[in-house]
Design a protein around this ligand. Structure first.
Ligand code: KG4
Ligand code: ZN
Length: 340
């Protein structure tokens, strides 16, 4: 009989995602983003995101099925993000997932969004070793996690950002440097021609008395703004490439230093880095360098699986199904601030 095809639904923020996974294998997925609709507001507008999910839900599910060469009736289980995320956005995905599960007569599984990000890597590199340390870095998250068995054990939350996410820091710093949106890729490109030692930007929360596993990035944005302003008041041109390189170095340094230190502290042999910021060239290079020096194996999934998608939710659903986990009742609710 084998295990069923699991449909995963993601709608916690501005991406509507649907993915199909069976026995750890990605069969097909599709993502629609409402990012462009939020651009003129400078951030995700919850009401607009929720409405976009209503429009995208059905087309995205059909597109994922088409790409997998499957039909609706091939779906054997449905997994859906229940939180954390924007409540209106989560409601749309959950309502759609419940409707599908009920009408197809298949079990429904609620999935924690961060567990999805972690599981994304299994679709590329196979089962995760137990334990592993995971660094999730995107525009919305900066979390350091200790993961054992995704289907059975709760994830241990080691630390988080106390203010801005790492991606948010790149996006805001790009703005003060006069670089285009989205800022992360623009900083990455500009940094190629810069000197990372040109500016001594701070390394927040790395002092001996600071939280070992928490992050802070709002001060870096302010430091970049002050640095750019010092040039402008003199009527001098801002050396943008140097600023970008130095800022990127500061973020990459703090992220990789703390992630590798957590591996050492807990005796963990594998670090997984996921999220949009995992695409950053300096974050990748420094993570590789420091992992090699610490004897830690590094896993980074491809960018399309790093950003929000339905395949990662299906991946968790597939693990739950195969572990014999109890399905969610049809009156399961969203949990916008779900703890791990
Ligand atoms: O995971 P993601 O696509 O979306 C969510 O935040 O959910 O992450 C987007 C973030 C943005 O802040 C973007 O600027 C950043 O990831 N990003 C990068 C790079 N590519 C994307 N940051 C630094 N360097 C990059 N190459
Ligand atoms: Zn996410």
């Amino acid at each position: 009989v084998g295990s069923p095809v699991v449909l995963g639904i993601e709608s916690s923020c501005d991406e509507t995602g649907a993915g199909l996974v069976r026995e750890g294998r990605l069969l097909g997925h599709a993502v629609a983003s409402s990012m462009a609709d939020h651009a003129r507001f400078g951030g995700v507008v919850p009401e607009i995101a929720a409405r976009a999910h209503v429009h995208s839900f059905t087309p995205v599910v059909h597109e994922a099925l088409d790409r997998a060469g499957l039909r609706m009736t091939d779906i054997g289980a449905v997994a859906v993000t229940t939180g954390p995320g924007l409540s209106g956005a989560l409601h749309v995905g959950l309502a759609g997932a419940k409707t599908l599960a009920y009408s197809l007569g298949v079990p429904l599984y609620g999935v924690h969004h961060l567990a999805g990000h972690v599981a994304a890597d299994t679709l590329e590199h196979g089962p995760l070793p137990d334990p592993c340390t995971v660094l999730i870095v995107s525009g919305g998250h900066t979390s350091l996690l200790l993961v054992r068995d995704l289907a059975r054990d709760p994830i241990v939350h080691l630390g988080d950002t106390v203010d801005d996410a790492a991606g948010e820091c790149f996006d805001k710093a790009a703005r003060v440097l006069g670089l285009p949106y989205p800022g992360g890729p623009a900083v990455d490109r500009a940094a190629r021609d810069g000197d990372p030692r040109a500016v001594a930007f701070p390394r927040p929360l790395t002092g001996p008395r600071d939280s070992r596993h928490d992050f802070s990035f709002s001060g870096l944005k302010a430091a970049a703004a002050r640095w750019a302003e010092r040039h402008r008041v003199r009527g001098a041109e801002v050396p943008v490439a140097d600023g970008a390189a130095a800022l990127q170095e500061a973020v990459a340094d703090v992220l990789t230093r703390k992630a590798v230190a957590a591996c050492r502290e807990y005796g963990v042999g594998t670090l997984v880095v996921v999220g949009g910021v995992a695409a950053n060239s300096r974050v990748r290079a420094l993570a590789a360098e420091r992992c090699r020096a610490a004897g830690v194996a590094l896993r980074v999934p491809p960018p399309r699986l790093c950003t929000d998608n339905g395949a990662m939710i299906a991946a968790v659903g597939d693990l739950l199904v195969r572990a014999g986990a109890e399905p969610a009742p049809l009156d399961v609710s969203i949990d916008p601030s779900a703890p791990l």
